[in-house]
Design a binder for this molecule. Sequence first.
Ligand SMILES: Nc1ncnc2c1ncn2[C@@H]1O[C@H](COP(=O)(O)OP(=O)(O)O)[C@@H](O)[C@H]1O
Ligand SMILES: [Mg+2]
Length: 242
Amino acid sequence: MIELKNVSKYYQMGEVEVRALDDVSLRIAKGKFIAIMGSSGSGKSTLMNVLGLLDLPIEGQYLLEDIDISELADNEVSRIRNQHYGFVFQSYNLFPELTALENVALPLMYAKRPPKERREIASSLLSKVQMDHRINHFPSQLSGGEQQRVAVARALVNEPSLLLADEPTGNLSSVHEEEIMELFSSLNDEGVTIVMVTHSAAVAGYAKDLIMISDGRIVSDTPIKKRFSPVEIASAQGGFLK
Ligand SMILES: Nc1ncnc2c1ncn2[C@@H]1O[C@H](COP(=O)(O)OP(=O)(O)O)[C@@H](O)[C@H]1O
Ligand SMILES: [Mg+2]
């Protein structure tokens, strides 16, 4: 579906050039569930922004279904981003003055869908993320995990083929983290391609592939054989089995 070929991204900071991404080549096939890990400042968010077409232009090639994105007009790139990509952020990014239902329905308003249809789609997605009982709550009246479920529902509203999530559970307790990851797993089972950044081995364990990034470079790209059990994670972290 997406292929990056020798992609680099530099930021000029006064005299100094920061290589946020350094010659990255990567293929994301349809149906994948990829976790990206790496230390702080290694370029994870830059990679997500590049993948999400939020950070253009880039050096190198971005191929989407074999089309080079640099050959498309800006409005065509925006259309692809809005209609085919969904975004989830660590900080939920919900509008505080809108209810859960209104937050989820908002992208459908931009897409000029009629009000009745907007309400129907938004409420069915809120029920998919098990938030049917909270549709008229404002973000401040919801827990972190509930806010993130609303944000996931909003990301799904245009039926994206790619879901990009930058530390989606970074602010959540482990119970809420599990809920969100179970939700991601079932979306992936339904065919949604997912790329997710995380600091947590437990969270990465829900993915099918793991990409490690260091100093803007991909240092490994390996399949995850099976989901780690809590006991294995505890053991890997030097826990009670030792
Ligand atoms: N807008 C920017 N301007 C300058 N430098 C940036 C900018 N965004 C990121 N960087 C730098 O690029 C590097 C990678 O950043 P980032 O992708 O946010 O890392 P991560 O998400 O892995 O913590 C860091 O050194 C960061 O300071
Ligand atoms: Mg980051």
